[in-house]
Design a protein around this ligand. Structure first.
Ligand SMILES: *Cc1c(COP(=O)(O)O)cnc(C)c1O
Length: 380
């Protein structure tokens, strides 16, 4: 089956006894045993739950993974994945990471003995230069957040595997509709399902998709031990979101390209970061490894005052954190997503008081462009 069909019919041959078309919400913490020596499929919802399991199998099939596990947030998924490491292991991670991941690595995992080096992973040589004898993981986001740098997934997989390390890819920004890291050599994929997979800004969720059975078994062991699984109702919401993932992503991609082209024409916009612009660095790589560019655009405006004015004036775009939903959002990374990154480092990377991040939604693109035009250029 093709991807769009899989989003709806991945499970057609395993209907339950009622033949429910829509996966029911199985709101039960525990399950009755059939008999002393007759195991049931389910025993306790921390281990597995029918609604969640259904969603997990769907996500595994969309990413081409051996199995997937659903968690209560993207951060839980990242936390569980990082538990595959031991104290003394060395990790090379993208320097331009989601702020929460950066905080977890620096303030929690590092304190527990995992060693980190951060690199511009869009530069393959910079990654090679950081390899140590104890390197066990390369952790990347591509495109990165919020600078939209593109990392070559295949090249990273090769580097990792030569030194007996794993490659984890946070695939939140592009989703498996546009990019399938496991098929390019990654060992594990992470999602914040809160974003495009769910797609409606109404539930938090996270996924770990394992490339092999061996990794899947390890993830399941950690997960059933520590908890943090996705609840049945939220599993239902995310599964419902996935049914429309392809058409949402197509519209978002189309809107984002038009908005990026429009922003480029404005004198008040000093820089547009969008991986779908042919002149952007990494365009050749993303064109090779992904089928689309997604809906994330960052911009640098000409003054701090202008940034504030835009955030106060938008009417269709909403000034809110998060991304990946049907509604278009605009955020100020300096104050929100990247507030915990030290100021000096943030400024060095360009995430300054003139830097804004846009998540393009599925509205009519003319309304989105008019809204930005008015917010950016309108008179007082
Ligand atoms: C939002 C996000 C996360 C964290 O996910 P939550 O669901 O908010 O916990 C991780 N990675 C990326 C790229 C994100 O955008």
């Amino acid at each position: 089956m093709k991807f769009e069909t899989l989003c709806l019919h991945a499970d057609n041959n395993q209907k339950d006894e009622w033949g429910t078309l829509t996966t029911p919400i199985c709101q039960s913490a525990t399950f009755v045993h059939k008999g002393v020596n007759t195991p049931s499929d389910y025993s306790y919802s921390r281990l597995s739950n029918p609604t969640r399991r259904h969603l997990e199998q769907l996500v595994a099939s969309l990413e081409g993974g051996a199995d997937a596990y659903a968690f209560s947030s993207g951060m839980t998924a990242i936390t569980v994945s990082m538990m595959l490491l031991k104290p003394g292991d060395h990790v090379i991670a993208t320097d331009d990471l989601y702020g929460g991941a950066l905080r977890l690595f620096r303030n929690v995992n590092a304190d527990n003995g995992v060693e980190f080096d951060f690199a511009d992973t869009s530069d393959t040589e910079a990654v090679k230069a950081k390899i140590k004898p104890n390197t066990r993981l390369i952790y990347i986001e591509t495109p990165s957040n919020p600078l939209m740098k593109v990392t070559d997934i295949k090249a990273m997989a090769e580097i990792a595997h030569v030194c007996n390390a794993l490659l984890f890819v946070d695939n939140t920004f592009l989703t498996p509709y546009f990019q399938k890291p496991l098929l390019l050599g990654a060992d594990l994929v992470i999602h914040s399902g809160t974003k495009y997979l769910g797609g409606h800004n109404d539930a938090l969720a996270g996924f770990v998709v394992a490339g092999t059975r061996e990794i899947a078994e390890k993830v399941l062991f950690i997960s059933k031990t520590i908890g943090g699984q996705l609840a049945p109702f939220d599993s239902f919401l995310i599964e419902r979101g996935i049914k429309t993932l392809p058409i949402r992503m197509d519209r978002i991609n189309e809107n984002a390209l038009k908005i990026a082209e429009f922003l480029k024409t404005l004198p008040a916009i000093k820089k547009v970061y969008y991986v779908g612009l042919p002149e952007s660095k990494g365009y050749d790589i993303i064109s090779k490894q992904a089928k689309g560019f997604g809906g994330m655009i960052s911009i640098e405006v000409d003054s701090k005052e202008r940034a504030g004015k835009i955030l106060g004036r938008v009417k269709v775009f909403q000034y809110a954190e998060s991304l990946g939903g049907v509604d278009s959002l605009i955020t100020y990374p300096m104050l929100q997503t990247h507030a915990d990154v030290p100021e000096e480092e943030r400024n060095r990377r360009g995430i300054n008081d003139r830097f804004l991040r846009i998540s393009v939604g599925i509205e009519n693109v003319d309304d989105l462009i008019d809204d930005l035009d008015r917010a950016i250029n309108g008179e007082e």
